[in-house]
Ligand binder design. Structure first.
Ligand SMILES: Cc1cc2nc3c(=O)[nH]c(=O)nc-3n(C[C@H](O)[C@H](O)[C@H](O)COP(=O)(O)OP(=O)(O)OC[C@H]3O[C@@H](n4cnc5c(N)ncnc54)[C@H](O)[C@@H]3O)c2cc1C
Length: 401
């Protein structure tokens, strides 16, 4: 969002609650609709440096039978690649670009927003630092990009309550391993109750052929202590979940070996927020997870945050720093993304596993589902998430020259 403001000639400042920015997180995917926007911001080299171009998305049952495999990114005919990246490296790269273009003072750390106050001409944002010092900053607009626990959203929607937990827990890690299938495949296997995802997030070492493999092991549980927390950096123990995956060993993928090769494991409950019916409070607007935290089943949460920023930028360009601009952004994005939140509660693209399970027993998958039906299911998700192939390839630039 800050880079977009800079492109539009708007002065912007970022306030971040943590005192020291670190390269946190593990793997995330950037879909072609988001990569297009990052290319339009001149970040091609950053992505080429830190990212791996995804070539395939493949879905298997827990016994290892292939349900569906489709090309992704350039291999699928998109004009822009799909990138798998380390979230921390992406953030550090974006931060460097912001400091270079907007200046070092554009990023203020150790500034936790506690609330905002609307005035006749602008908005006053209030911040507190770790030592208790408070500070107020006045601007024309306040853009709340403060994630699933957004304070801006809390003030706009005071009765929203805590995030919703759907009963699943994800354990995540990064291990050195040999990429499976194509060198850059996103592999997902399992059932509606238990799943494993893995994909490479670094180029293979020329000598060993090993890459950093991002993985997520997911189990549906009746109750779990972590359901009440939703911190992406909460450490966990392999013993808490490895038993459920002991038999997931195939000639082409050894799930327990990959899990055991990880130095650190983090756990995160599958949480989202109920859709809300407005993201704008006069001069204040929500984007990213603050507006629409959703289950990370479609690999599109980060992408949607990037696209939000660009659409908001396009509206600021055509309407100026006005309520009209914020409303135009909300009108375009809120309804389809609220629908996506609910679609992701049904497991998004992975929901096809539920369709197949409902038709069991069977010997071979093609006895109960046709290629056309799976293809339609997958296309419907891409359309809902804003990266349907033809629509994206033929759509005009979000922010033109
Ligand atoms: C530490 C972390 C690790 C993650 N790891 C992964 C991952 O491995 N895989 C994955 O798919 N997704 C991960 N995510 C989620 C994913 O990055 C987001 O879904 C997506 O990128 C949306 O981004 P966002 O900018 O809207 O919100 P976020 O990425 O959540 O960023 C919000 C930012 O706002 C800051 N903030 C919060 N409250 C305040 C406040 N009151 N005042 C000032 N600043 C505030 C936070 O410190 C954070 O920097 C992670 C998120 C976080 C925060």
């Amino acid at each position: 969002m800050a880079l977009t403001c800079h492109q539009l000639g708007l002065k912007a400042q970022i306030f971040e609650s943590v005192a020291h920015l670190k390269a946190l997180g593990v793997g995330i995917n950037l879909q072609p609709n988001a990569v297009r926007e990052l290319f339009d911001l001149g970040l091609n080299d950053l992505l080429a440096d830190i990212g791996i171009q995804a070539e395939e998305w493949a879905l298997f049952t827990q016994s290892g039978e292939l349900v569906w495999a489709e090309p992704r990114g350039l291999a699928a005919g998109y004009k822009w690649p799909q990138y798998s990246v380390h979230r921390g490296k992406l953030l550090m790269g974006l931060l460097a670009a912001v400091k270079e273009r907007l200046g070092k003072d554009s990023v203020v750390t150790d500034a936790r927003l506690t609330g905002y106050e609307l005035t006749d001409t602008g908005v006053v944002a209030e911040f507190v630092s770790a030592d208790g010092t408070t500070n107020s900053v006045t601007g024309n607009l306040l853009i709340g990009a403060d994630g699933i626990h957004s304070q801006v959203r809390q003030q706009m929607h005071p009765n929203q309550g805590p995030p919703n937990w759907g009963g699943a827990v994800m354990w995540r890690g990064v291990s050195l391993g040999k990429p499976t299938r194509t060198r850059n495949s996103f592999v997902l296997m399992g059932s509606m109750e238990q799943r494993f995802v893995c994909y490479p997030i670094s180029k293979p070492d020329p000598e060993t052929g090993l890459s950093l493999i991002n993985w997520i092991a997911e189990l549906t549980l009746e109750a779990h202590a972590s359901a009440t927390q939703s911190d992406w950096n909460s450490s966990a123990n392999i013993e808490d979940f490895i038993d459920a995956f002991t038999h997931w060993q195939f000639t082409w993928l050894d799930v327990p070996a990959l899990i055991n090769a990880s130095d650190a494991v983090y756990e995160y409950p599958m949480v989202d927020r109920d859709p809300v019916d407005f993201w704008v409070d006069q001069r204040v607007v929500l984007i990213g997870d603050a507006a629409h935290a959703m289950y990370p089943v479609g690999s599109n949460g980060a992408s949607q945050g990037i696209v939000d920023a660009r659409i908001l930028g396009a509206k600021l360009k055509s309407h100026g720093l006005t309520l009209e601009a914020l409303k135009a952004y909300e009108t375009e994005v809120l309804a389809p993304v609220n629908e996506l939140i609910l679609r992701n509660r049904g497991a998004g693209p992975i929901g096809i596993l539920g369709v197949i399970e409902d038709r069991a027993p069977f010997n071979k998958i093609d006895e109960v589902i046709s290629t056309e039906e799976v293809s339609e299911f997958m296309s419907a998700y891409k359309k809902a998430a804003g990266f349907a192939l033809n629509a994206l390839n033929t759509s005009p630039q979000t922010i033109g020259d």
